[in-house]
Design a protein around this ligand. Structure first.
Ligand code: ZN
Length: 307
């Protein structure tokens, strides 16, 4: 509870009960039912998840039939963060399982948009992956788009502005816009109202004397800002950041220890983007989004190795 009070906002009541009964984990106002007879890690995991619902399902109380991802997804996101911290799991990406779930569905051809009414999905699996995995990736990936600090400020602002008010998806994205200063309607639209996927690739790397010409391509329909990590043959590293034009801004450098070069922004309509590295250094390898927070449906073309 302390973790959620700090990362989301203060829980308004002084009691929460964990009741052994019912089947599996099921959240209710100020309490949860859990089954007994399971190992400690599993008991903590289910309790962490159901408890987190008190903030999203109970206090914020979004419409569960229309925007199930705002409850199950946000609950999954924050409970994975809590488990990583409280149980000292030390995972580099506590949301890796959610990314796997989403990518499986996106590549299966059976994905439906998150705007589908919860009762109207073709399969239970399409519903649950949209609600839990894609909803959780919505937040984790937003951290890539606006920066992790802006993301944690956004969660707090969203909670304090909208508790007891039944917020809609637009209320959440407006909180993120106010905190970060970016325009983010495109993120909400593409991620939640379509099944557009993200696929960026390193198309060509050409040597031109001391300079290197790099061409990136956008294969998927959903646009994103790009963090490109370059390692030179002398072992030094540099981060190139290509802002997305329709965001109207630059996120803070996520790796303050790393030199970052901000390039000209990329308008989403152009399928390719070319720039030059003119420092005379030879490239060893490069990678789009080394943090792997961008849910790229084909990560194979995100890597270039100079052989
Ligand atoms: Zn849940």
């Amino acid at each position: 509870m302390e973790f959620y009070n700090e990362t989301v906002g203060q829980y308004p009541y002084e009691q929460y009960s964990v009741i052994q009964g019912g089947d599996g984990g099921m959240e209710y106002a100020m309490c949860t039912m859990i089954t007994g007879d399971r190992n400690f890690g599993s008991l903590v995991g289910v309790t962490a998840h159901e408890l987190a619902h008190s903030w999203f399902q109970f206090v914020l109380a979004t419409n569960e039939s229309k925007h199930e991802w705002m409850d199950e997804g946000f609950t999954s996101y924050i409970s994975s963060e809590a488990m990583n911290y409280v149980m000292k799991e030390n995972k580099t990406n506590p949301h890796a399982g959610s990314y796997r779930g989403y990518l499986f569905m996106a590549n299966s051809g059976n994905e439906q948009p998150q705007t589908t009414h919860a009762d109207r999905y073709a399969t239970n699996r399409a519903y649950s992956i949209n609600a839990y995995s894609k909803g959780s990736v919505f937040l984790a990936q937003l951290g890539y788009v606006i920066g992790p600090e802006n993301l944690s400020k956004t969660l707090k602002r969203y909670y304090s502005d909208f508790k007891f008010k039944h917020p809609t998806p637009n209320d959440f994205i407006r909180s993120a816009e106010k905190v970060s200063g970016f325009e983010l309607d495109w993120y909400l639209t593409d991620w939640t109202q379509t099944t557009n996927t993200i696929d960026y690739g390193i198309k060509a790397v050409e040597n031109d004397g001391d300079n290197t010409k790099v061409t990136l391509e956008r294969i998927g329909l959903m646009p994103m800002p790009i963090d490109l990590y370059v390692t030179y043959e002398d072992g030094s590293q540099e981060l190139f950041y290509i802002p997305l034009r329709m965001m109207w801004g630059e996120k803070p450098n996520p790796f303050t220890a790393l030199k970052r070069t901000v390039l000209e922004d990329w308008a989403w309509a152009y399928p390719t983007y070319t720039f030059e590295i003119k420092n005379g250094k030879k490239i060893k390898n490069m990678m789009i989004d080394a943090t792997q927070r961008m849910a790229d449906v084909n990560p194979d073309n995100n890597i270039y190795e100079n052989k």
